[in-house]
Design a protein around this ligand. Structure first.
Ligand SMILES: Cc1cc2nc3c(=O)[nH]c(=O)nc-3n(C[C@H](O)[C@H](O)[C@H](O)COP(=O)(O)OP(=O)(O)OC[C@H]3O[C@@H](n4cnc5c(N)ncnc54)[C@H](O)[C@@H]3O)c2cc1C
Length: 587
């Protein structure tokens, strides 16, 4: 079984040293959140993830969730762990105190999300969509619905799901068939089938609150006729207690490659009572509140799984002896594989990506908070634009690199990585869903180039480029080699953005074919931006903690020398265009 030690030191470094951010500093809400408090939270979080949740990963893989007599049973130990998990208040970390939450900033809940993803993604998924449902209800529902449902969801006694996918409707939600018939009392009867629903049923909570998209009988076809409904598994009595069973049944659960402990359900809605959330036919707007935040969390899943893959690869490389290096000091037998240049390269590739991603994610969490809570509407809007630009990047880049890192982790473990002994192959299998769900990574890339870049006449990307240019213009001798390098890749990103802008007007296939490359270029440059912030702090505070900052500076050096050049390769590949791709005759 893989071991895991939560990276609390790195997280605290980000929280304390990268916290200073003009707009974020102006938020009243989090002034009371001290370093001491956050350290206490992270240390407790580390304990529950390392001790209680980590062992559930293997248990869930070997004893998948099952459907028995129409009821889903989670793997052994999940119930007891979930009980402890909610008793300790982990579901409520970033929720509003008005509904029983702890009101912590997203910077802190993102750290917790990472730890939980490292420990067990399957277990995590039972509460993850609850937070998504909380956000969606909190933003779009009436006070009556909020007061009825949110306290129980925050407490973790009720959970949430997101029901979009149907047999013929995955990426293209306009094709959905689930229908909603309005009743005289204002409620709706929901009928249809949803598939692939994460935690669609389970035996952990008293009630499950499904957020379902459906088409009202008098609504138009396509995406313009989709509304959002809250459909509880058990109806809720007036006094807030759990009442009669609603018309929802679990048809089956999927047998999957990974995340086997997580129940992925087919749900049949048969005249189930539902309540409309938000405006009629505007259901996708409301659902996007849930999906956008959720997409960032899926990116964090990729980061968390990468971290545990790295930690175990490093430990294995330090204990496995094979072959001799060019400068061997060994007199009898072999060197530890960590002495081999190629293994070192692979480990540093992982480490430099993971730490850069974590720093970028910290910045993005701050921007999310600014977008929700800053008193100035203009600043809120600008932050919201940055979050919407970076959401597909974090979702796709982190999960794709999660595949690369878990793949490399298997490679470092050799045959023991491929066999089940070390649990490394499970990390690869568990991570494999992350580039697929919450909108596939290719669809994220298309969203980035066709919508996010052209939004507001392209001003969002231009503002982002201006921001990272100004923030990396640092007058400090030691950082100059990095900022010079950064300026080169920033100019490539700028050229690439202009190329996309031009091609959008003339050849959309060129843009579609370049979408994934563009996302990667923007992603690698954004991670480099986060590294420059880390470097700035590292040089300024060097004498405080030489070992820690040396490690940061040398890891950043690897990123700039060996990882960031990929941004240019993606650019070169993309601008060769799409004519061959589109004219090629597949036999
Ligand atoms: C384990 C698991 C859990 C899930 N959990 C949930 C859940 O909780 N709730 C929920 O509603 N759904 C859930 N899903 C569904 C998931 O979100 C979808 O599988 C995903 O969105 C892709 O849809 P699809 O499978 O129908 O693929 P399709 O949409 O059929 O896509 C097939 C391929 O075509 C590509 N493609 C599609 N459209 C385009 C386009 N316009 N341009 C370029 N390429 C395109 C895709 O990138 C993909 O490679 C889950 C799925 C799994 C496997």
């Amino acid at each position: 079984m893989p071991t895991y030690s939560a990276p609390v030191e790195d997280m605290m470094f980000l929280f304390e040293k990268l916290r200073d951010n003009k707009n974020y500093n102006e938020l009243e809400k989090y002034k009371e959140v001290s370093s001491e408090l956050v350290k206490d939270i992270l240390e407790e979080a580390a304990k529950i993830n390392q001790n209680l949740i980590l062992p559930l990963a293997k248990i869930g893989d070997e004893n998948p969730a099952v459907l028995e007599n129409g009821v889903v049973r989670t793997p052994p130990g999940y119930k007891e762990a979930y009980q402890k998990y909610i008793e300790d208040g982990w579901t409520s970390l970033s929720c509003d105190p008005k509904y029983g939450g702890q009101g912590m900033p997203k910077t802190v809940s993102a750290f917790f999300d990472e730890m939980l993803s490292s420990a067990s993604l399957s277990f995590k998924l039972y509460s993850e969509l609850s937070i998504g449902a909380y956000n969606c209800i909190n933003h779009h529902a009436s006070d009556e619905i909020k007061n009825t449902y949110l306290p129980k969801i925050v407490e973790g006694k009720w959970s949430g799901t997101m029901c979009l996918t149907e047999p013929v409707c995955g990426t293209d939600l306009g094709l959905l068939k689930t229908k909603a018939e309005k009743q005289s009392d204002g409620t709706y009867k929901i009928t249809g089938q949803k598939i692939f629903i994460t935690s669609g049923d389970q035996d952990l909570t008293e009630n499950i609150i499904h957020l379902v998209i459906a088409r009202a009988t008098d609504s138009p076809a396509g995406t313009k006729g989709i509304s959002l409904f809250l459909v509880p598994k058990f109806k809720v009595n007036e006094d807030g207690t759990v009442g009669q069973r609603n018309g929802i049944s679990t048809g089956s659960i999927e047998s999957k490659m990974g995340i086997k402990g997580s129940a992925t359900c087919v749900l049949n809605f048969d005249q189930a009572t539902g309540f409309m959330i938000g405006k009629k036919d505007k259901g996708l707007n409301a659902m996007f509140t849930m999906m956008n935040l959720e997409r960032i969390v899926v990116g964090i899943q990729g980061l968390g799984i990468s971290e545990i893959a790295y930690q175990n690869s490093l430990a294995y490389a330090k204990e496995r002896k094979q072959g001799k290096t060019n400068n061997t000091k060994s007199t009898n037998g072999a060197d530890f594989i960590i002495e081999h240049a190629d293994i070192r390269r692979s480990l540093l590739n992982m480490k430099s990506i993971i730490e850069g991603e974590r720093a970028l994610c910290f910045w993005l969490s701050q921007q999310t908070e600014v977008s929700l809570n800053h008193p100035d509407e203009k600043i809120r809007q600008e932050a919201s634009d940055f979050v919407s630009l970076m959401t597909p990047v974090v979702k796709s880049l982190f999960t794709d690199l999660g595949m690369e890192i878990t793949n490399d982790a298997m490679q470092i473990h050799g045959g023991y990585g491929y066999t089940k002994d070390q649990g490394i192959e499970q990390l690869f299998r568990d991570n494999r869903i992350t580039p697929i769900y919450e909108g596939t990574n290719s669809v994220q890339a298309a969203d980035l180039v066709f919508r996010k870049l052209s939004n507001k006449n392209g001003s969002i990307i231009n503002k982002f480029l201006d921001l990272i240019k100004s923030e990396t213009d640092i007058d400090h001798e030691k950082i100059k080699p990095f900022t010079k390098d950064f300026a080169h890749y920033l100019s490539i990103l700028t050229k690439f953005s202009e190329w996309i802008n031009e091609k959008t007007k003339s050849d959309k296939d060129d843009v579609s074919a370049a979408a994934n490359d563009y996302l990667k270029t923007l992603g690698f440059v954004s991670v480099a931006y986060a590294w420059i912030k880390v470097l700035d702090i590292s040089f300024k505070n060097y004498d405080e903690n030489k070992n820690f900052y040396d490690d940061k500076i040398n890891t950043a050096k690897f990123y700039f020398d060996k990882v960031l050049p990929r941004a240019e390769q993606h650019y070169k590949s993309a601008i060769s265009g799409s004519s061959n791709i589109m004219n090629f005759k597949f036999n």
